[in-house]
Design a protein around this ligand. Structure first.
Ligand code: AMP
Length: 209
């Protein structure tokens, strides 16, 4: 049995074609079904539909053999006990700092609102800026507008969300895309199923370029 952990939405939609090329087609549709375990056309392959931030945890503990997670999630989670064999090149975006348009330069300690606490801490420490990181779970864009923070660290795709809230992207922290992650024990025990799947994904991605 092979269990693949995946989150609903953008990553799921972008992964479906990759799975299809590998001959794996879900029978249930997460958009219309409330099932958390999706059967596929292959009796020995199932998908578990979970929160994006939970994917590394499921894979680390072996509750799923493999999973698909954004680099943002992996950087924040830390990657113990799992391999990251492949950049799937999907759900691409950037992690950036952003401030209100025309915000004055801040000298000294800055306040940063983000849900990516560890990544933000590492980034500001790396550039030698003293930062107080304020953890939020969403609507980061609001923080500078109400005086909660000087800037935010968030994911930017088109920039529309920032623009709609009077913010502007400043520093690029890193480029983000979704990665395939594999449980280390599964990689050994189920090498015969997992390696061909990795090879097939890789081939599909290469053919796209
Ligand atoms: P945009 O307005 O296109 O810049 O999109 C920004 C918002 O969409 C961010 O605040 C994220 O919540 C979300 N978003 C866009 N792309 C991704 C992605 N690849 N992974 C996770 N979240 C994303």
């Amino acid at each position: 049995m092979l269990t693949i952990a995946i989150s609903k939405g953008r990553i799921y939609d972008d992964t479906l074609p990759l799975l299809a090329e590998a001959g794996i087609i879900p029978i249930d549709n997460p958009k219309t079904s409330r099932k958390l375990i999706l059967r596929t056309n292959q009796d020995d392959v199932k998908l578990v539909i979970i929160r994006a931030t939970d994917v590394p945890t499921f894979v680390e503990y072996g509750a799923a053999d493999m999973g698909i997670a954004g680099k943002d999630v992996l950087m924040e989670h830390g990657a113990e006990n799992l391999y990251e064999p492949l950049d799937l090149g999907i759900a691409k975006c950037r992690m950036m700092t952003a401030t209100p348009v025309n915000a004055p330069e801040i000298s000294g300690r800055i306040k940063v609102a983000t849900k990516y606490v560890k990544t933000a801490q590492r980034y500001f420490a790396g550039i030698g800026v003293q930062a107080e990181i304020i953890k939020l779970y969403g609507a980061m864009e609001l923080a500078p507008l109400v005086g909660l923070a000087d800037c935010i660290v968030d994911i930017v795709e088109t920039g529309n969300t920032l623009k709609a809230n009077g913010l502007v992207a400043k520093e690029l922290i890193t480029h983000i895309s979704s990665r395939l992650v594999v449980n280390k024990a599964s990689m050994k025990m189920k090498h015969g199923i997992i390696q061909p799947l990795i090879d097939q994904f890789e081939k599909t991605i290469e053919n796209r370029h």
